[in-house]
Design a protein around this ligand. Structure first.
Ligand SMILES: [Ca+2]
Ligand SMILES: [Ca+2]
Ligand SMILES: [Ca+2]
Ligand SMILES: [Ca+2]
Length: 444
């Protein structure tokens, strides 16, 4: 063995040894590629089509909602752009196309997976808010596989008997007939009336699905579904971030209970925490890699002496209804712009900055996930990075500003590897700044 090859072998050994020790070094904050002008972008998301005949980069579609609070501009446009990964590094003349201008105050573009409604795959767009003239929301399906998706709108909430504002839809078979139904949380007249409901899939692409109310005056905006075990009993549970009730709560039925969610007697409910202020959004994932799912909550404490936002993680107890939900503050001191109805932070999501980082093991465990969180009315976007990868380390996460948008309010972020190069890309809605910000973790 020559001296040179011995050296290379040594380097190789050192390199592999340090990889198992956590050698993938990544900047906490992604690199700004540039911005794209767009009026009042609010919610952005990317969805991946299940059509495996397409190359990965062309399976992705970017969706953007916009809304204008001024009453005389009644309907607000929503947009899409196919294959965003093909346009990441050329931000002039993005081929952003209007999908519809048929709803007021469009919110989150949620996924409509293939197979939920015959012939349809694409997006379900919720809408409506508390701003005057913007209170009657819809749940519109669009088929992105159609030759002209703009002609495919169906409003499954057209049977509403009052004005409801909608923000989220989850697909779940609620009546056991094999098709996925639309579960949603909504509010009427803001803090006056909330309704957690599901709409029954009729097995075809039609308006006005039959409505079933699950719970009155509970979940109103954000919720998640998860299968849990409480005291040894398998349970089907919804966790909620309740904006108007200033709390986070859990609603469960025993898995397979007779009558399911349609029988109110089946529902066991517990308030997890009513000291958080305005609960905005939540995630249910295993944040510390100990094998148990946790609840992450973003909330703005609007009590007069606080007026500051937090990100919490709760560890779930063995008994969901009697045990203690241990709360950790993983980020604090979010400060919204001054004024009525201003809050911070907003929507969170987990991610890994690179594929190599995702695949790296530290002490035989995967890395803990990072969290991208919108600052909402503080005009900024953040990355929260765990202080360490140890499961028992609940010190606050490292909180870094991705960007100050230069405007009062930002919307949400689309996060994912849009061009498939192994580096995560991020598109942020700069609502007040009237532009999209485009980032990547790929070094220059
Ligand atoms: Ca069903
Ligand atoms: Ca059905
Ligand atoms: Ca956990
Ligand atoms: Ca990428």
């Amino acid at each position: 063995m020559t001296w040179l090859s011995a050296c290379s072998l040594l380097l190789l050994l050192l390199a592999s040894a340090s990889v198992s020790d956590g050698a993938v070094d990544v900047d906490t904050v992604p690199r700004l590629i540039g911005t794209v002008a767009l009026e009042l972008p609010a919610f952005v998301d990317i969805h991946e089509s299940q059509d495996q005949s397409l190359p990965y980069i062309d399976r992705l579609t970017l969706y953007i909602s916009t809304f204008n609070p001024f009453a005389f501009l009644k309907n607000d446009p929503v947009y899409f752009m196919r294959s965003p990964g093909r346009h990441l590094y050329n931000l002039t003349n993005w081929p952003i196309t209007q999908l519809a201008k048929s709803a007021v105050w469009p919110n989150s573009p949620d996924e409509l997976p293939s197979g939920v409604v015959p012939g349809y795959e694409g997006v379900i767009w919720s809408s409506g808010f508390l701003v005057p003239t913007k209170t009657k929301g819809k749940l519109e399906l669009f088929n992105m596989n159609a030759a002209d998706p703009t002609k495919t709108a169906i409003n499954i909430a057209s049977e509403d008997t009052k004005d409801y504002a909608y923000h989220r839809v989850l697909w779940k078979d609620m009546d056991g007939d094999g098709d996925m139904d639309a579960v949603t949380a909504r509010f009427h007249n803001a803090n006056k009336e909330q309704s957690f409901a599901w709409m029954e899939n009729p097995g075809k692409a039609v308006n006005g699905w039959t409505q079933h109310e699950i719970y009155k005056d509970g979940p109103d905006v954000s919720f998640r579904n998860v299968q849990l075990v409480s005291g040894g009993v398998a349970m089907d549970c919804f966790l909620s971030a309740e904006l108007w009730h200033l709390r986070t709560a859990i609603y469960c039925i025993r898995t397979g209970a007779n009558g399911g969610w349609d029988n109110p007697d089946n529902i066991q409910m517990r308030v997890i925490d009513d000291t958080v202020g305005q609960a905005f959004d939540l995630l249910v994932e295993d944040f510390n890699n100990d094998g148990r799912v946790d609840l992450l909550l973003t909330a703005f404490n609007n009590s007069r002496h606080a007026m500051t936002g937090n990100v919490f993680v709760y560890e779930m107890p063995d008994d969901l209804f009697e045990g203690e939900w241990v709360r950790h503050v993983i980020a604090d001191n979010f400060q919204p712009a001054k004024g009525n109805n201003k809050m911070s932070p907003g929507a969170p999501q987990t991610f890994y900055p690179t594929e190599a980082y995702r695949n790296e093991m530290v002490n035989s465990k995967p890395r803990r996930k990072w969290i991208a969180v919108s600052g909402d009315d503080d005009g900024q976007a953040y990355v929260l990075r765990p202080a360490s990868d140890a499961s028992d380390d609940w010190r606050p996460y490292e909180k870094s500003v991705i960007v100050n948008s230069g405007g009062e309010t930002v919307g949400t972020m689309a996060v994912g590897d849009m061009d498939g190069d192994g580096y995560t890309d991020i598109i942020l809605s700069g609502y007040s700044a009237n532009k999209l910000f485009v980032f990547t973790y790929k070094p220059e």
